[in-house]
Write a protein that binds this ligand. Structure first.
Ligand SMILES: NC(=O)C1=CN([C@@H]2O[C@H](COP(=O)(O)OP(=O)(O)OC[C@H]3O[C@@H](n4cnc5c(N)ncnc54)[C@H](O)[C@@H]3O)[C@@H](O)[C@H]2O)C=CC1
Ligand SMILES: O=P(O)(O)OC[C@H]1O[C@](O)(CO)[C@@H](O)[C@@H]1O
Length: 388
């Protein structure tokens, strides 16, 4: 049986990547930092994926086990035997995974000679490259040659909304997911074969990653930050608010203009994709909390992420992205106390001032047009809704 090692046994790990790997005939070894989650997986040796729609479906995932990230002996064995390694740990945790993989890949090099593909499945542009660079950065020539010849590092775009929804579960590790999913994998970077049911191998991945990161994740973050500001708990409630939906659709139009210019994608293809995303947000089954979708705002408001990237692309073609900037401004008003990164931004606004904080998070110059527009929109939104 084909063997997969997956780092990050969370929502996406179990609800999407693990689900499709199992359906493709892989035996899955999950690796996680949570001892409780590792014990739970080894205790039950299976879990259910609950597909949230009008007639809820349940699909079982079996042939699984789990290893704790510090269990060096078993992790080493799993890496040596693996046919595929995937991650869904959060883009900010990729570098630490890469560093851990170095020694295990050196042991693999000395013991086995079969192709291996490593794929990061994160909401970030070219996340697999981040992982690959952290594996190679201190390597000697022999190791670098081995990695470049024997290991494929395809980038991916992963899309399935997997909320932390509170529903009746048979097992504590069951996971509830939206009905939709899309997994695009960079064909040219694969070594040997990767056959995953439901995943699509694409020649040019960049348009897929940027379309998803801007039109889904960017729209999602905009809905989340404005929804939080107006006191909504769930995405499906916030997207029904006309003021919010108007800004979200406007930001999708701006991002679509940038995408169509950069990747020569037909406008009506992007419009169809964008309106399907809004329909997905409206699903009342997901009960997706705005504070999950808006989590870690320092990452989501950063210069290389889902809002600033399309904003800069618009500005470069002479368009001031008014709606995208409302989403970014709302992100700086996201003062959710349970989110350490949201608290970091609010502390900085108090200590450094608004303009310095926006510059620190987004990478924009303080005197830039985009930053000054964000400041204006921040003040407008705060005046109108900032009572929280
Ligand atoms: N939840 C969703 O709807 C989607 C999430 N994603 C992306 O998938 C990734 C994971 O997201 P979720 O599954 O929602 O988060 P999650 O928090 O449910 O799962 C992350 C898992 O990774 C584990 N983890 C964290 N650092 C680790 C490390 N250094 N070593 C091993 N395990 C580690 C955590 O213990 C947790 O179990 C993120 O990059 C996210 O952006 C992508 C598409 C959809
Ligand atoms: O996982 P992140 O990047 O923190 O943000 C959550 C986003 O990812 C998604 O899981 C979809 O990719 C959505 O739930 C949301 O847009």
């Amino acid at each position: 049986m084909l063997k997969a090692v997956h780092f990050g046994a969370g929502n996406i790990g179990r609800g999407f990547i693990g689900y499709l790997l199992y359906k493709s005939g892989y035996e899955i070894t999950f690796v996680d930092i949570s001892k409780e989650l590792v014990e739970s997986i080894n205790n039950y040796k299976r879990y259910n994926v609950i597909i949230l729609k009008d007639n809820v479906e349940k699909e079982e995932v079996k042939n699984i086990k789990a290893i704790h990230i510090e269990d060096e002996e078993n992790l080493s064995k799993a890496i040596v035997d693996a046919d595929i390694i995937t991650t869904s740990v959060g883009a900010n945790n990729l570098k630490s995974i890469g560093k851990k993989l170095i020694n295990y890949l050196k042991i693999r090099k000395a013991n086995i000679d079969k192709p291996l593909n490593i794929m990061a499945c994160e909401n970030a542009l070219f996340a697999t490259n981040i992982l690959k660079n952290s594996i190679l950065e201190k390597g000697d020539k022999d190791f670098i040659d081995y990695v470049n010849q024997k290991i494929g590092f395809p980038n991916t775009a992963v899309d399935r909304i997997v909320p932390n929804v509170d529903i009746k579960k048979e097992l504590p590790i069951d996971v509830a997911v939206e009905d939709f999913y899309e997994w695009d994998i960079e064909k040219k970077a694969i070594i040997g074969d990767v056959n995953i049911k439901g995943a699509e191998l694409v020649d040019d991945l960049e348009p897929y990653i940027e379309r998803k990161l801007f039109l889904l994740n960017g729209a999602h973050a905009t809905t989340a930050y404005l929804g939080y500001l107006k006191g909504y708990k769930y995405i499906h409630e916030a997207i029904e608010d006309d003021f919010i939906r108007n800004i979200v659709s406007g930001m999708q139009e701006e991002a679509s203009l940038a995408l169509s210019r950069k990747h020569n994608i037909k406008k009506d293809d992007l419009e169809r994709y964008a309106s399907k995303v809004i329909k997905r947000f409206k699903s009342p089954y997901l009960k997706d909390e705005v504070v999950r979708v808006g989590r870690e705002p320092t990452r989501k408001l950063a210069g290389n992420d889902r809002l600033m990237m399309p904003a800069k692309l618009c500005y470069e073609i002479g368009v001031m992205p008014q709606f995208i900037l409302y989403g970014i401004a709302a992100g700086f008003l996201f003062n959710y106390k349970e989110d350490p990164k949201a608290c970091e931004i609010q502390d900085d606004i108090r200590n450094l001032g608004l303009e310095k904080t926006i510059s620190k998070v987004t990478g924009l110059e303080e005197n830039s047009d985009l930053l000054q527009e964000i400041v204006k929109k921040y003040k407008e939104l705060k005046e109108a809704f900032g009572k929280r």
